[in-house]
Design a protein around this ligand. Sequence first.
Ligand code: TPP
Length: 278
Amino acid sequence: MVDKDTVKLIKERCAFMRRDIIEMGFIAGGRGAHFGPALSCTEIVASLFFKVMKHNPKNPKWAERDRFIQSKGHGCLAYYSALIESGYIDKDQRKTFKQDGSHLPGHPSRDMEHGIEISSGSLGNGFAIACGMAKAAQIKKEDHTYFCLVGDGECNEGLIWEAAMNASKNKLDNMVAIIDRNGVQLAGKTCDIMDFDLVSAWKAFGWEVTVLKEGNDPAVIVETLELAKQKRNGKPQAIIAETIKGKGISFMEGSLNWHAGVMNEEQYNQAVSELEKA
Ligand SMILES: Cc1ncc(C[n+]2csc(CCOP(=O)(O)OP(=O)(O)O)c2C)c(N)n1
């Protein structure tokens, strides 16, 4: 059972993070931003950064830290907002999102000084890299956990399954994949584009699977992630988290239009006002 103070803290952080996401996405102007993919996983990323993972913003390269790998790199606004709210990146850097020379490009680019472990954005690659890093840690007998955020549409990539079977063969029980099952991908609903049973697939590839019905509820997320982190039973862990794409902004929730988009001033004002009232 997660205590009330923890839940309160994560909800507060999510409120700041959502504000950062909207600010940065609006600042990107005509370049557009992936709002929906960041808003669906805000609670997951916040639970990791503000409770579950051991890490130190003052020492980003601390060898014993747990690792966060955002394989669905296009959802980086959630990652960046967690790095900003934890102190890896200055808040005033928000205005550089997607600008040349920024620490905050449109997809994460490896930048260890600022807490970004790997470059990602080509779907499937981040997960495969995370499994490789977890294997290296296993060989070196290091005791930290690799948390990798994967999209449900991303699970259509063949590379995911090559890495998944390799991880179970290698008994990578230091590896936790969190699948952000928001049901909507770039050009349609995930079930219309490639309809397969994610739970059975991950199990068939040798992973222990937990389905998280309330993937935007910090209390349930923290409990599930902490359990997965403690399990060292010879199996990698997959958490299938049912979330809402665009969560928190009424006109974005569940919408295909806001996988990525350009936000006008009226929409920005509405989004900010909804966040203030939440
Ligand atoms: C290898 C590769 N193919 C295609 C794309 C283009 N692309 C970017 S996001 C996306 C959809 C991802 O959907 P999902 O994994 O469900 O993530 P969500 O946006 O719902 O968080 C696609 C196809 C890509 N980034 N990489």
